[in-house]
Design a protein around this ligand. Structure first.
Ligand code: ADP
Ligand code: ADP
Length: 225
């Protein structure tokens, strides 16, 4: 788990300002949701934390260190994408192992972590399959499993439930809440769905029109007179 600080962050594409001088901090182990209408810059903000998007101005800090100066692979975060982003030619097991192999993790450690994550997500029976042989919900579990085995300080979720049907979305939401209880990592979750935000978040950052419109607990935000 980790404290993350966003300091005076600005994002521009050419003349268009997407995010304008945004500042806030995230507590260690906090479950933070970025909420706002489509196109307000939630995903861009998450991708800047992951290092997948350049920043125009400002800084991002993690535990007293500059995060934004590190390449994506050196940031202690794992991202789960809306479209899963699995390697189609690899088995589930190899998809989960890939990132760890790249950073030279001991093969025994990799095996142990995959076994434990697969048990947690009840997907041990899927390990030898390829993504094309899985349902959408199963693919999303693999994507979550692949993030878990990295044991990151922070998980970054980019609308991970929006491609799932309603029943599965509800179930996966509960599983993400349980995952948070269990691993006690910092979680940053992007959504445009108020119900997801209310049920998952410790605090919600409401983005609108390049700025933070509101920041607070679900009760602060939804029960204010
Ligand atoms: P959200 O996640 O809130 O739906 P995004 O962060 O995906 O919003 O996008 C924010 C805005 O930035 C949108 O208006 C989008 O069209 C624009 N945008 C995203 N990526 C680029 C890009 N590479 N070039 C220009 N504009 C972009
Ligand atoms: P999301 O599903 O997160 O909203 P989009 O479908 O809006 O993502 O965008 C997919 C990709 O296209 C992203 O990499 C984003 O940065 C890029 N993109 C989005 N809007 C624009 C834009 N107006 N101009 C150029 N690239 C864009």
């Amino acid at each position: 788990s980790s404290a993350i600080e966003i300091r005076n962050l600005t994002k521009r594409y050419n003349d268009l300002t997407i995010l304008d001088d945004i500042s806030f901090s995230i507590e260690p182990s906090e479950f933070i949701v970025f909420l706002g209408p489509s196109g307000c810059g939630k995903s861009t903000l998450l991708r800047m934390i992951a290092g997948l998007e350049s920043i125009s101005d400002g800084e991002i800090w993690m535990d007293q260190n500059r995060l934004d100066v590190l390449p994506p692979g050196k940031r202690d975060v794992s991202m789960v994408f809306q479209n899963y982003a699995l390697y189609p030619h690899m088995t589930v097991e190899d998809n989960m192992a890939f990132g760890l192999k790249n950073i030279g993790t001991d093969p025994d450690v990799i095996r142990t972590r995959i076994k434990s994550a697969a048990e947690m997500l009840e997907m041990t029976h899927l390990l030898k399959r390829k993504p094309a042989e899985l349902s959408g919900g199963q693919r999303q579990r693999v994507a979550i499993g692949r993030a878990i085995v990295r044991e990151p300080k922070a998980f970054l979720f980019d609308e991970p439930l929006s491609n799932l049907d309603a029943a599965l979305r509800g179930r996966t939401r509960i599983e993400l809440a349980q995952l948070h209880q269990r691993v006690k990592a910092t979680m940053i979750f992007v959504t445009h769905d108020q119900v997801e935000a209310m049920t998952l978040a410790d605090r919600i950052v409401v983005l609108n029109n390049t700025r933070i419109e509101q920041i607070g607990t679900p009760i602060d935000i939804y029960q204010r007179p």
